[in-house]
Design a protein around this ligand. Structure first.
Ligand code: MN
Length: 254
């Protein structure tokens, strides 16, 4: 059993060390993670410059390989030349904060897992419901328990697939009920924040994401808000299948 683990918060993030620690004993683990926090980079690949790699030192990151690129870069490089053997499973996280609903389109955490999935490898993205790393070890225990359950189910042989998991920040995370959910929807993001830099020029900060808009029963938002671990199976096809015939008649094409 070989597992590749990455994240988007960077190789020093507590969520990565906790996930790696929790997965000890499952098999051979390779950790390849971004040098900097790359949250919100989605599926970006770095095409305009070469990528460098170094091996991390220190208590919680010993042996982690670090790439000065994005989460997708890490998994892509791992699978296209860096790793001698193809992993059986790709894990990402545990992210500092939720990746639910529309977040999944922007998330580097989901993207790292998705890169594995796009290469035909089963993959799971893990996030905590709230930022700040509260109860991260409990979240890691829950993540390990889910990995164990997935492996015991025989799902690896039926891959590839992609799961997006969000875990409430609770000390009893491992014992919480688990729900298979669909993505909810968020309201549009909060307005951009305008400031003035020391040269008197306008600068803009992207505003926070919007609150949940579609958060009814069955959604990831609903599960986490009600003290359950949310597990959303994702797919990548963005085709609007229901809209295709309307477009064919609008444009007079088939
Ligand atoms: Mn992040």
């Amino acid at each position: 059993m070989r597992i590749l683990i990455s994240n988007d918060d960077g190789y020093l993030a507590p969520g990565l060390a906790a996930l790696v620690q929790a997965c000890r004993g499952l098999g051979h683990i390779d950790v390849i993670a971004p040098e900097q926090n790359a949250s919100g980079t989605s599926n970006a690949l770095t095409l305009s410059r070469p990528l460098s790699i170094f091996e991390a030192r220190g208590d919680h990151v010993k042996g982690f390989r670090v790439i000065n690129g994005t989460p997708s870069d890490c998994v892509h490089v791992a699978l296209t030349g860096l790793l001698e053997q193809r992993p059986d499973l790709v894990l990402s996280g545990i992210n500092n904060g939720a990746n639910m609903g529309d977040d999944t389109l922007y998330s580097g955490t989901v993207a790292a897992a998705m890169e594995g999935y796009l290469f035909g490898i089963p993959a799971i993205a893990f996030s905590q419901g709230t930022k700040g790393w509260a109860e991260i070890d409990a979240a890691a225990a829950a993540a390990r328990s889910i990995v164990d359950q997935v492996l015991a189910s025989g799902a690896l042989a039926q891959g590839p697939w992609l799961l997006n998991v969000n875990i409430p920040n609770r000390p009893d995370a491992v014992a919480l009920p688990r729900r298979i959910t669909r993505l909810g929807r968020r309201h549009a993001s909060e307005p951009v924040i305008l400031q003035t830099n020391p040269r008197g020029e306008a600068i803009y900060w992207i505003g926070p994401s919007g609150d949940a808009r579609e958060a009814g029963e069955g959604t990831d938002f609903h599960a986490v808000a009600n003290g359950a671990v949310s597990i959303t199976p994702l797919q990548v096809d963005l085709t609007d299948h229901a809209g295709s015939s309307a477009w064919a008649s609008r444009l007079g094409v088939r």
